[in-house]
Ligand binder design. Structure first.
Ligand code: ADP
Ligand code: MG
Length: 216
């Protein structure tokens, strides 16, 4: 099996920055309905800064160095509540990846589990509260289960993508109880949570990047 290298990680952040930038207006529109309409800008700036920080690292930087640089870049660029949430996610992933130049690809789902745990512990939201946790938690659950069952990474990534999309969609029928949109109460019903929508996009890119190398 192919390894997950620092070149792959740098490529992932470029792909994330590109996809999220393309979704900026859509994410701002979603946040405009139940929040303050800045989520697309926050995510575009966050992932843009994260990718730049990763690309600016000297040769010899490890996977942990890359993910810690991404965390710092994201945090410094984003004033909105998604800033510390994703920064913590990347710091947890850095710890899981370790000071290695590459890691076995079958450990990659563990990075998604670590990110989800970081978001949970930083934001203290549970599933059902209409946040990005409604995407990260089910994605992490299928990632952990897939690793326990020793499924092929491509299969785990396909399940992660599915769980993330379903999680984002499920927020439509939830009443927000965390974050800015909690103020709306029942009026948040019927709308997809912007942070959940962007989380599904992030996981879609990660699953695409990490699921495609299986037979390389
Ligand atoms: P802000 O609400 O500060 O403007 P953003 O617009 O960038 O921040 O992000 C809003 C998203 O952040 C929400 O849609 C929700 O998914 C997520 N969010 C808010 N609070 C929390 C929390 N405590 N835990 C997890 N996610 C949260
Ligand atoms: Mg907002």
């Amino acid at each position: 099996m192919r390894a997950l290298t620092t070149a792959d990680m740098a490529h992932l952040f470029r792909a994330l920055a590109q996809s999220i930038a393309a979704a900026r207006d859509e994410l701002c529109r979603l946040d405009g309905v139940i929040g303050d309409a800045d989520h697309g800008i926050a995510m575009e700036q966050g992932f843009g800064a994260a990718s730049k920080a990763v690309d600016a690292l000297p040769a010899g930087a490890t996977l942990a160095d890359q993910l810690n640089a991404a965390a710092k870049g994201f945090l410094n660029a984003v004033g909105a509540s998604s800033g510390p949430l994703y920064a913590t996610a990347f710091m947890r992933a850095a710890k899981a990846a370790g000071a290695r130049a590459e890691m076995p690809m079958n450990e990659a789902p563990g990075l998604i589990v670590a990110m989800a745990e970081g978001i949970r512990s930083r934001g203290k939201a549970e599933t059902g509260e209409k946040t990005m946790v409604d995407v990260w938690a089910p994605a992490a659950a299928v990632a952990a289960q897939g690793m326990a069952d020793r499924l092929p990474v491509s299969e785990i990534m396909a399940r992660i993508r599915e769980a993330a999309a379903a999680g984002a969609d499920s927020t439509r029928s939830m009443v927000a109880t965390k974050g800015r949109s909690a103020r709306l109460g029942e009026r948040s019903l019927g709308h997809v949570d912007p942070g959940a929508a962007s989380a599904a996009m992030v996981l879609d890119v990660m699953a695409n990047e990490w699921g495609k190398h299986e037979t390389d």
